[in-house]
Design a protein around this ligand. Structure first.
Ligand SMILES: CC(C)(COP(=O)(O)OP(=O)(O)OC[C@H]1O[C@@H](n2cnc3c(N)ncnc32)[C@H](O)[C@@H]1OP(=O)(O)O)[C@@H](O)C(=O)NCCC(=O)NCCS
Length: 191
């Protein structure tokens, strides 16, 4: 589902095998949380929350250097985004200038196309916020493709996120969205 719904993500670009490895990694990690919304045995939606987003990619690379190295090499000649990512990792000058906020980040969220528009995305975000509140976090953020055709903007604004700054990362422009949690989080109110 990740590969279908997030075709531009770096994980998708590195192939099916790497995507599976990534989900095994975040499931086992103590700094990432995987939220899955399912009905019977069908996954309808999911979300990855990182409590330490600044180091997520580094930790993933360190855990699977050989596998990632091979997949990256195979895709280097064909994929500009993969090439840009590698270039930025190899050169200090090319590193992204945007500082990573020191708070949790929703790094992936998606809902099965047949189940979209039924409140599942809102329920997944509510689950995230309940867990963040339980752990004592008062705010978090996410970033999404700045393209105005990206339907996720309307979703985040509807859920009460504040649109923040723009940043250019890995050949793409992103908008940052921020959410401050109050005692009773706003996404919960309509559940
Ligand atoms: C974005 C996404 C996660 C939203 O999940 P969803 O289950 O469809 O959203 P919900 O049904 O919970 O919608 C919650 C609210 O947002 C609104 N909303 C959702 N998508 C919207 C859209 N495209 N345009 C306008 N409003 C939208 C809904 O109307 C709803 O408001 P309401 O409760 O007042 O009626 C889902 O569409 C998706 O997976 N998209 C593809 C992957 C993607 O873009 N992920 C985000 C990458 S950053």
């Amino acid at each position: 589902m990740h590969r279908l719904l997030l075709p531009g993500s770096l994980v998708t670009r590195l192939g099916q095998g790497l995507t599976e490895t990534y989900y095994r990694f975040v499931s086992a990690s103590d700094r990432e949380l995987l939220f899955v919304h399912q009905s019977a045995d069908r996954v309808l939606g999911a979300c990855v929350l990182s409590l330490e987003p600044a180091t997520l990619m580094q930790r993933f690379v360190a855990a699977h250097p050989v596998c990632l190295g091979w997949q990256t090499l195979l895709r280097l000649p064909l994929d500009g985004q993969v090439r840009d990512f590698v270039w930025k990792k190899l050169t200090a000058a090319g590193r992204d200038k945007a500082p990573v906020p020191q708070m949790p980040e929703i790094v992936q969220i998606f809902v099965n196309p047949e189940s979209q528009g039924q409140g599942i995305g809102r329920a997944v975000v509510h689950g995230v916020e309940t867990e963040l509140g339980r752990r004592g976090w008062g705010e978090y953020y996410l970033k999404t493709d700045a393209d105005t055709a990206n339907a996720a903007h309307a979703f985040y604004l509807r859920l009460g996120f504040d649109a923040g700054h723009l940043a250019h990362l890995n050949t793409q422009d992103y908008v940052y969205y921020h959410r401050r949690l109050s005692g009773e989080n706003a996404t919960g109110a309509a559940l």
